[in-house]
Write a protein that binds this ligand. Structure first.
Ligand code: KG4
Ligand code: ZN
Length: 336
């Protein structure tokens, strides 16, 4: 029998990506054209520039994905695309391309929630992972604790009340002069720093809450920098990186483990760009082991934005009969 083939497209932020996914698990291709070098000049993603770059790149990226997979558009069973959340102008490029292809070839169109994609990235390399499980989703725009009840069925049990964790990494990195994107730079620099050097606050909110708050720690770092400046003290960016990272990771790990136990789960998955953080992976692995929880995470390529994860999520939705009309629109604040 013919295997299911999905062409997936992702353009929600600053990565133009297309992938061909077979049977929801074999990644035949995953082409990612990053705009990071361009946005770096401005210290962050400039939405207008992102949209324009997506338009320039999208057709080539799709062609390359098909070529690498050795498939033709006609071979696809469905066209999948991220339709939210994200930057509206950026999302629109992917959505318009997917709709044009689906309409032109009379193929089913499956719209995917970006976070659902991040969660589903865990199925790519962990063939034994099956729902139900707890998932800690940490990216530049989101910090969520999600109970994955079944394929395509999610319950958000906690989320950030202010900044996303990746956003906090990026803002702190900018403040200490590391540039964009800050997450990977702080991760690297922290390895040379002392995590006990500065006592930054750990925000647990009220007892029993699975929500997060990262604006307090961000402000604490900025205040610390101001204090040093006023007192003319030298600053150690490696120590700041390590101390900041340690306090953020401690809260993430403790809340994720608590949620996993409270919901009687024995599996915990990591997802999103910040899942690439080496300290988070290490701390979480250690704590999971102590609590007899099996831990899963995607490899680096599938942690940050990519179309393969969108194709995997779309496969399960497609199997359930999810189809979107050719009127599908980008929804920048789409709810899961
Ligand atoms: O998932 P993603 O590629 O895009 C969003 O959907 O937001 O996540 C990007 C975020 C950025 O904030 C980046 O700084 C952060 O992930 N990030 C990291 C690391 N690698 C990427 N944060 C901490 N440590 C890392 N190694
Ligand atoms: Zn993302």
């Amino acid at each position: 029998t013919k295997k299911n083939l999905i062409l997936a497209i992702e353009t929600s932020c600053d990565e133009t990506s297309a992938a061909v996914v077979e049977e929801g698990k074999e990644i035949l291709s995953n082409i990612i054209s990053s705009q990071i070098d361009l946005h770096k000049l401005y210290g962050g993603v400039v939405p207008e520039i992102a949209s324009r770059k997506h338009i320039e790149k999208i057709n080539y990226v799709i062609e390359e994905a098909l070529e690498k997979a050795d498939k033709k558009l006609e071979d696809m069973d469905a066209i999948a695309v991220t339709y939210g959340p994200g930057l509206v102008g950026a999302l629109l490029v992917g959505v318009a391309s997917a709709k044009a292809i689906a309409y032109g070839l009379n193929k089913p169109l499956v719209g995917v929630h970006h976070i659902e994609g991040h969660i589903n990235a865990n199925y790519i390399e962990n063939k034994d992972l099956k729902p139900p499980f707890m998932c800690l989703v940490v990216s530049g725009g989101h910090s969520h604790l999600v109970l994955v009840k079944d394929y395509g069925t999610y319950e958000i049990i906690g989320k950030t009340r202010d900044d996303a964790v990746g956003e906090a990494f990026d803002k702190v990195a900018r403040a200490i002069g590391l540039g964009y994107p800050g997450g990977p730079k702080i991760d690297k620099l922290a390895q040379e720093g002392n995590a006990k050097a500065i006592d930054f606050p750990r925000s647990y909110l009220e007892e029993g809450s699975y929500d997060f708050s990262f604006s307090g720690i961000k402000s604490a770092v900025l205040n610390y920098l101001n204090q040093c400046k006023m007192k003319e003290l030298s600053i150690n960016v490696a120590d700041i990186s390590a101390s900041f990272q340690d306090s953020v990771v401690e809260v993430l790990v403790n809340k994720a483990i608590q949620a996993t136990k409270d919901y009687k789960m024995d599996q915990l998955a990591l997802a999103g760009g910040v899942a690439a953080n080496s300290h988070l992976r290490k701390k979480l692995a250690q704590t999971c082991k102590e609590n007899n929880i099996k831990m899963y995470y995607p490899s680096l390529e599938y942690c940050t934005d990519n179309a393969a994860m969108i194709g995997v999520a779309a496969y399960y939705d497609y199997k359930k009969g999810v189809r979107h009309s050719y009127n599908l629109n980008a929804v920048p604040n789409l709810k899961i």
